[in-house]
Write a protein that binds this ligand. Structure first.
Ligand SMILES: *Cc1c(COP(=O)(O)O)cnc(C)c1O
Length: 379
């Protein structure tokens, strides 16, 4: 055991803050013996719908399933193209291939890591059925300039908001919440997400009544009336225990998000104080965005050596993501090559995610940054 350790995420500290509430909530599910969907899931769906100010919220088994279900519900299939980013978690692209469609990648912005929305319009073709932007690391993609153009071409927007629950963007006088902008918004409640369950979970939100009805059906084997199937769907439901946990956490989420933003601010300030800004580029928050800092991802010179040095001190960092999606072995058949998306590829070799969670202390953050200064010989 090292003298000191700092994990990249410490869920135990978060649990300690809400232990009693969680135990009571889970216990009531145990007493009810109602484990799959039911009143607890319905209540959570209603709370999410009102939090996000969107008409429908449909719980499901994971963020990956949320994406697959959204694509299925929109009828996206073989022969169709979906435009997305190569700089994201694997599920962003795999969901497209799972329904038989083809992911068409667009490179990202080097400062925000968000899909470059200007390039999106250039990549549309008569096969494009949807655009799937990712609100990567908790900050929303600036969709305002393409929403109308895409709509006029009949192209739907499906938001991958798996890392961005509670994030929003101001457009004119309107606040738009992550997931509520497009035809469907997809969330993950994987335990490490900023709104995380105690197991897998996911949700799709949508303003569209017909789409919602189809989603309710698709998550239960395409069933209409019990044992009568309109189409073939998935078995993808949210557990009542997870919903109970998530209902407790949702009540605290805004406070935790503010804490995350303070943590990010502190890192930004410390980089300046330690004279590191020529070696490290902190994440950029776009004008009008309320970034929830699901991750605090910067780019750093000599990234791999830096990560090893920090690990030697007991500080755990993460690499999101070490290999762009167009370079994944399983997507070789798409015909992309190294060099096709230079920004995404460069980020894969330069980004490092520093420890971030609401409960991290200022002392721990200073330890991280002073250790980085030591690595770069700035101390
Ligand atoms: C986590 C994540 C997913 C998948 O969610 P799961 O609940 O793990 O299936 C999809 N997209 C992004 C961007 C994610 O971060």
């Amino acid at each position: 055991m090292k003298e000191r350790n700092l994990p990249s995420l410490d869920l135990k500290r978060n649990y300690a803050r809400i232990k009693d509430e969680i135990k009571e909530a889970v216990n009531s599910v145990l007493e009810s013996q109602y484990f799959i969907m039911g009143p607890e899931v319905k209540a959570f769906e209603n709370e999410v719908a009102s939090y996000l100010e969107v008409e429908h919220a449909i719980g499901c088994a994971s963020g990956t399933d949320a994406l697959v279900l959204a694509l299925m519900a929109l009828g996206i299939k073989e022969g169709d193209e979906v435009i997305t980013t190569p700089y994201s978690f694997f599920a962003t692209a795999s969901c497209i291939t799972r329904v038989g469609a083809r992911p068409v990648f667009v490179d990202v912005d080097p400062q925000t890591y968000i899909m470059d929305m200007d390039q999106v319009m250039e990549k549309t073709s008569d096969k494009t059925r949807a655009v799937l932007p990712v609100h990567i690391f908790g900050q929303m993609a600036p969709l305002e300039n393409c929403m109308k153009k895409l709509a006029s071409k009949g192209i739907d927007v499906i938001e991958d908001a798996a890392q961005a629950f509670g994030s929003w963007r101001r457009v004119g006088n309107t606040i738009i919440r992550a997931g509520s902008w497009g035809k469907a918004g997809c969330y993950s409640f994987f335990p490490t997400k900023n709104l995380g369950a105690f197991g897998d979970g996911g949700m799709i939100v949508s303003p569209d009544d017909d789409l919602a009805q189809r989603l309710y059906r698709l998550r239960v084997h395409g069933e209409g009336k019990t044992y009568y199937h309109e189409e073939v769907g998935l078995n993808s439901r949210l557990d009542a225990i997870q919903a109970a946990v998530l209902r407790v956490k949702l009540r605290h989420l805004d406070v935790w998000t503010e804490e995350r933003r303070l943590v990010a601010d502190r890192y930004n300030t410390l980089f300046g104080e330690y004279g590191l800004l020529d070696l490290v580029k902190p994440p950029v928050e776009l004008d009008g965005n309320y970034h929830i800092y699901h991750q605090y991802v910067c780019t750093a010179e000599k990234r791999n050596d830096l990560q090893a040095f920090l690990a030697g001190k007991g500080i755990t960092t993460r690499i999101y993501y070490p290999l762009s999606l167009h370079q994944q072995h399983c997507f070789e058949y798409l015909g992309y090559r190294t060099g096709d998306f230079p920004v995404s590829e460069e980020l894969a070799s330069k980004t490092i995610a520093l420890p971030i969670f609401p409960e991290i202390t200022p002392e721990e953050q200073e330890w991280v940054i002073s250790s980085m200064a030591e690595f770069y010989g700035k101390e």
